[in-house]
Write a protein that binds this ligand. Structure first.
Ligand code: ATP
Ligand code: FE2
Length: 367
């Protein structure tokens, strides 16, 4: 009688354990399925504000529903961080409204995830994007994720082209880097030792009085240039340097002996050749056969031509996304946010502080 009781109790325990295990399994399976479904159909809104552009993009199912931006410009002088931040504050409402309209969404309520550029960039500007993201996240009770701007350039390029494992030649105003994934991290294989090529072009353009942004204006002048003037060519391993070239170009212009067209032409031919040389060296070093372009300067047709030529000569492929996604944009932030969320990255509001000086290789890659 006693032993039957024990046996019954044992059976009951066994049955109970099975029921609990079943519920635990069912529960986590349910959560798993729900999670996959959520991520696949999730709508992410990404906010970009690292420098003079305030942009918002919305992505669903690998599809860019809308990508809107408004950039701070100056007639004279360079970018003043405080002024650029004020610009972002002034226009953010307008950009949010426009991007929702374009994506055919009625309200932020329809968004599932808010992403923003958390690093690197100008503190004043980054702070505005982060504040807008936090406000939307708290107000509408949506998850929030801060992402690295440089890696976002690489990821959007991969989404929009057929690149699988490229070396990214990222040339914008403030950034000039050659980045590739190696050993589980996005590493900088080469960079400018003293300032981005975009800022260099803008400074030279201001010096010769053709306004801002200077890159496209120098490109136009260069088309009419005929004579290649010798200026310094500075490559150190996989790094480049542009400050000495800028000084020399200014001296040549001030001497009055050279026209703007020839100087613009020589400037492009020299500095772009330096970029292509370090990109090729990084490709050889990493044993990769794909080059992806990113950043505003990559809109330059001559740079694209030189990149394609180099890739053709070494039997590699060159990928160039549309201009809208080469320059700073919110869509790339939304896409990286989605990728990170998909692999389980979650952030609390107190973890969303900006990181103006974060380097690409500081980022733990788990996605
Ligand atoms: P970040 O450095 O944070 O990425 P940014 O605001 O400088 O920010 P972009 O919008 O990517 O970045 O690039 C702007 C730069 O690109 C400017 O310096 C501009 O002169 C340059 N640029 C734009 N179009 C061209 C072009 N066709 N040729 C050369 N440079 C160009
Ligand atoms: Fe950028």
């Amino acid at each position: 009688m006693f032993s039957t009781l024990i046996l019954n109790a044992q059976n009951l325990l066994c049955f109970g354990t099975c029921v609990v295990l079943f519920f635990l399994f069912f529960n986590s399976y349910n959560k798993f399925i729900k999670n996959i479904k959520i991520v696949k159909t999730m709508i992410c809104l990404g906010i970009e504000s690292t420098a003079h552009t305030f942009g918002i993009g919305i992505i669903k199912n690998r599809k860019i529903l809308a990508n809107v931006k408004d950039s701070y410009t100056t007639k004279k002088g360079g970018i003043i961080p405080q002024k650029s931040a004020e610009h972002h504050v002034e226009i953010c409402d307008k950009v949010i409204k426009k991007v929702l309209e374009k994506a055919k969404l009625k309200s932020i309520k329809e968004i599932d995830l808010i992403a923003f550029s958390q690093s690197p960039g100008l503190g004043h500007c980054l702070r505005i994007g982060a504040n807008v993201a936090r406000s939307l996240s708290i107000l509408y009770n949506k998850p929030i994720i801060g992402v690295n701007h440089c890696i976002a350039h690489l990821k959007i390029g991969k989404l929009l082209t057929e690149a699988k494992d490229p070396v990214l030649l990222y040339v914008s105003g403030a950034n000039t880097q050659v980045i590739a994934l190696e050993g589980g991290k996005y590493r900088i294989f080469g960079e400018s030792l003293d300032g981005g090529v975009g800022n260099f072009l803008d400074t030279f353009a201001r010096h010769i009085g053709i306004g801002f942004p200077g890159g496209p204006k120098i490109a136009k002048l260069a088309e009419k240039g005929k004579k290649l003037i010798e200026i310094p060519y500075i490559v150190k391993g996989m790094d480049i340097s542009v400050s000495g070239i800028l000084t020399r170009l200014k001296q040549l212009y001030d001497s009055g002996k050279y026209n703007k067209e020839d100087l613009a032409y020589s400037c492009q031919e020299t500095v772009f050749a330096m970029l292509i040389e370090v990109a090729e060296r990084a490709m050889a070093h990493c044993n990769k056969n794909e080059l992806l372009l990113g950043g505003g300067v990559a809109c330059n047709k001559r740079l694209q031509e030189m990149a394609k030529q180099m890739c053709k000569e070494r039997g590699s492929k060159c990928f160039v996304p549309a201009n809208e996604y080469l320059i700073d944009n919110g869509a790339m932030i939304a896409w990286l946010g989605l990728l990170e969320y998909d692999t389980g990255v979650r952030m609390k509001i107190e973890e969303t502080e900006i990181k103006p000086y974060e380097r690409t290789d500081d980022v733990e890659v788990v996605w």
